[in-house]
Write a protein that binds this ligand. Structure first.
Ligand code: SF4
Length: 392
């Protein structure tokens, strides 16, 4: 079947296999109905499930999507589509939403690899099916301003800021490679939302794929103590509301500002987290790049003979909109949704003070205003901040 309209030169089957998130992609099955139970259990779908599991695990190891899934290029279009469906189903049933969001980043980058090499009509067609109105014109792509803002806001590279764009007649004109990056964001958003599953389906998936889900949980990064360090174990449950919210933001695959990224790395370092666990804290970032993150975390933590940059104090975090003492209405944990009275104590000036007062043991913990490290002001904004430069 051929794609309608301007993309008629494209193979519909190949298009749907490579962009299995598009509405109507089930057409690649040729109208054959398939139940969740069959997808989970039927022997005829063993290979599909094996590829799906590989897609899930590759994403947990490398959400940049650069770790290939060996079986994928040789798989038939229907197998590519079904393995995608299987992976999405399993991750929608996973206890931690972080796994699905990580996979959403990896799959959107996989789509981006094809999109950035694609002709204008393919970009336009994929955008149209995702309900965006990109229009190719003279080697450029026009994107309505409202759509541009929606897609570019979570992208951190400065060149995506609206102020730097060519605007004309309510549209932004971008190079095709930039349009493909915007579509990558559209795909990530689509996939980061779990499909609704009934309790019975969730239970069935968890039972059938218990081993895979255990492996996923094992591979998900989590802050750990600096091994053998003088500060003892890092106690995440004692972190102040601002730091906990920054971590949740990244774990949900959402964007965190430059100031937040800097503040988080500087805090975790002083709280005694290992270098690796600080890098891990950024893995859920929608634009995570391992080598750039490592470089930036190294930069923040190695200053001053390994003491690292001073984490921002409360006033600075507040001025960046990062203080969460009034509670976070989006948090799942009721404790995180509530106002935290400790943060309203007049002598509290610094997140490390908060941590120490609750029984955490930062490496160099202030326990009163006199010993609070001088606030770095907005140095977080000046300094390189963990992570995010992406390709394209
Ligand atoms: S008062 Fe300070 S420690 Fe508490 S949430 Fe705000 S910035 Fe963080």
């Amino acid at each position: 079947m051929a794609v309608r309209g301007p993309a008629s030169r494209l193979s519909e089957e190949e298009l749907l296999a490579d962009y299995p998130f598009l509405p109507g992609a089930e057409a690649v099955l040729g109208g054959e109905p398939l139940s969740v139970r069959e997808l989970l259990e039927a022997p005829g779908y063993d290979r599909v499930r094996a590829i799906g599991r590989a897609r899930v695990l590759a994403a947990q190891d490398d959400p940049r999507g650069e770790t290939g899934v060996a079986e994928l290029p040789a798989a038939r279009p229907d197998e590519r589509y079904l393995s995608f469906l299987f992976a999405r189903l399993v991750l929608a049933a996973a206890p931690s939403p972080a796994a699905l969001r990580r996979w959403a980043v990896a799959e959107s980058k996989r789509a981006h690899e094809r999109l950035r090499k694609a002709a204008g009509d393919e970009l336009e067609e994929v955008a149209r099916r995702l309900e965006y109105t990109f229009a190719s014109e003279g080697g450029r792509v026009r994107v309505p301003v409202a759509e541009y803002v929606r897609l570019a806001t979570p992208i951190r590279e400065a060149e995506f800021r609206l102020a730097r764009q060519e605007l004309s007649a309510g549209s932004v004109s971008v190079a095709p490679v930039r349009a493909s990056r915007l579509l990558e964001e559209a795909v990530r958003r689509t996939l980061a939302v779990p499909p609704p599953l009934s309790p019975e389906t969730t239970r069935a998936v968890r039972e059938r794929e218990a081993e895979l889900l255990e492996e996923v949980a094992r591979r998900l990064p989590a802050p750990t103590a600096r091994a053998g360090g003088p500060a003892g174990p890092v106690r995440r449950e004692l972190f102040p509301p601002c730091i906990r919210r920054m971590q949740r933001t990244l774990e949900k695959g959402e964007n965190l500002s430059h100031a937040g990224r800097f503040g988080l790395a500087a805090f975790l370092h002083r709280a005694g987290a290992s270098f690796e666990s600080i890098v891990d804290a950024y893995r859920g970032a929608p634009d995570f790049d391992e080598s750039v993150t490592r470089y930036q975390v190294e930069h923040i933590t190695s200053r001053d003979g390994g003491r690292g940059y001073e984490p921002p104090e409360c006033d600075t975090l507040r001025s960046h909109g990062l203080c969460a003492r009034d509670g976070d209405p989006d948090a799942a944990d009721p404790a995180d949704r509530a106002r935290d009275p400790r943060c309203f104590e007049p002598t509290l000036k610094h997140p490390l003070q908060y941590y120490r007062r609750r029984g955490g043991a930062p490496v160099e913990a202030p326990d009163g205003p006199a010993s609070v490290p001088g606030a770095p002001g907005t140095s977080g904004g000046r300094e390189r901040t963990p992570s995010t430069v992406r390709r394209g």
